[in-house]
Design a protein around this ligand. Structure first.
Ligand SMILES: C[S@@+](CC[C@H](N)C(=O)[O-])C[C@H]1O[C@@H](n2cnc3c(N)ncnc32)[C@H](O)[C@@H]1O
Length: 422
């Protein structure tokens, strides 16, 4: 008979996978897990108490507000929310996932015992487990989770590109997604890593290795190359801060197993997995208005979304990663054009706000947001009266337009009846 995880001591829980899986499903697994045992990533310091600020990509409500513009009542009928952090590393993302999704059931897995040890300690000190219904942190491959029940949200940041066969990993995660679930991925982009790849190749030719010797030689390389050398300049201008910690430097320049994508090969990967693209999680990067104006922008805006992204990829060769959502089923965003429908919905406040309650605050992307007194009043009423329909909460004539403005700014999340029909 299986022992429920909640009844096991944490140290035992973390080692379950070690005992269960003797044969890794990916031939690269031992090389990669050894590497992260040496260099647990990310190197963010441990601290007591909740992690600083927020990252809306790790808050399920905020993700729904961005991807679907609302949450379906059928989702509300099926608590608790189940979240998987696949390739959790030292637990920074798991920590936010616990603090930003109170009451959820969270499973965090990683193949590296060294990384997982740090993750367990991080969550112990931050009190992450107290926020959720259950937290399991296990040494397992994301390829070996077939017996798990499906998840509403899967986060896998910076992981699949370290598998020998990233498509196999993506398909494995896809099988774990609930029918209306979402997957958040981060994968390397070829163009913006051009100098990194050259440096990796040079260190390989110098037989620097993937341990402390490689670290020493890699750091020496950047101080000895001529000051105007392009690899050195790129490192100093873009990556010095990120790679101050040895583990982060090693992750960037010494990795034994990685793949990068361009937009075309990324879309082929997604298509081959049978999953559906549900939008970038850094959409402003893919907006041509960031780079063009006047007639050029008008021409760009006339293109299809995918042609606009291709254009941005050509115009900005510094993009070094893709971050995006995938879904098991095609996304049909909520449509709140109809006043009656909108006023008949209950609502939630965007959880990722800095400075709330106030009329002057920072939004999910830490962008300044100013609220009118009316908008502030509506958001406060929503927060203090969970489950109450907007129309009954606020009697002003312009409630619908205030709510639409908040919705458009991702400050409000509506709970729609009847699914995500548009
Ligand atoms: C670059 S780190 C990213 C860590 C974390 N997701 C983050 O972004 O903070 C990649 C992590 O993926 C883990 N990993 C690689 N292949 C894996 C697999 N097949 N299953 C689970 N974890 C894996 C590595 O051990 C490593 O900790």
């Amino acid at each position: 008979m299986a022992i429920p995880h909640e009844m096991l001591p944490p140290a035992f829980i973390s080692r379950i996978g070690e005992l269960m899986s003797t044969q890794p499903s990916d031939v690269a697994t031992p090389v990669v897990s050894d590497f992260y045992d040496r260099f647990p990533y990310p190197a963010d310091p441990l601290q007591d108490g909740p992690p600083p600020g927020y990252n809306w990509r790790w808050c399920h409500d905020s993700v729904l507000a961005v991807v679907r513009g609302g949450v379906g009542t059928q989702d509300l009928d099926q608590p608790p929310l189940r979240i998987l952090d696949a390739g959790c590393g030292t637990g920074v993302s798991t920590d936010y996932l616990c603090h930003l999704n109170p009451g959820a059931e969270v499973l965090a897995v990683d193949i590296s015992a060294g990384a997982l040890d740090v993750a367990i300690e991080r969550l112990r000190r931050s009190g992450g487990a107290d926020q959720v219904r259950s937290l399991r942190q296990e040494q397992r491959s994301l390829l070996d989770l077939q017996e798990e029940n499906c998840f509403n949200y899967i986060n896998s940041v910076g992981v699949l590109h370290h598998l020998r066969d990233p498509l196999a990993g993506l398909k494995a995660l896809g099988k774990l997604l609930a029918p209306r679930g979402l997957l958040h991925l981060f994968l390397y982009a070829e163009a913006g890593r051009w100098e990194i790849h050259r440096t990796q190749k040079a260190l390989e030719l110098l037989e620097a290795g993937t341990g402390s010797e490689g670290l020493k030689l890699g750091r020496a390389l950047f101080s000895e190359l001529p000051e105007m050398n392009r690899l050195r300049r790129s490192h100093e201008q873009r990556w010095t801060l990120d790679t101050q910690a040895d583990a982060n430097f090693a992750d960037m320049y010494l990795h034994p197993q990685e793949t990068s994508y361009d937009l075309e090969s990324l879309m082929t990967l997604i298509h081959s997995s049978g999953l559906h693209f549900a939008g970038f999680s850094n959409p402003s990067v893919w907006n041509p208005a960031r780079l063009l104006k006047g007639e050029l922008l008008l021409r760009a805006k006339a293109l299809t979304p995918s042609a606009q992204w291709a254009l941005v990829e050509q115009l900005d060769p510094e993009i070094s990663h893709f971050e995006f959502f995938l879904s098991a089923e095609p996304i049909r965003p909520f449509c709140w054009d109809d006043d009656e429908r909108l006023l008949g919905a209950s609502a939630r406040r965007q959880p990722c706000l800095w400075g709330w309650p106030s009329t002057s605050l920072l939004g999910p992307d830490l962008e300044p947001q100013v609220l009118t007194e009316e908008a502030f009043e509506l958001l406060s009423l929503v927060e203090n009266n969970p489950g109450v329909k907007l129309g009954s909460l606020h009697s002003a004539e312009n409630t619908a337009s205030i709510a639409r403005d908040l919705l458009q700014r991702k400050l409000l999340l509506l709970e729609g009846s009847g699914g995500d029909e548009c």
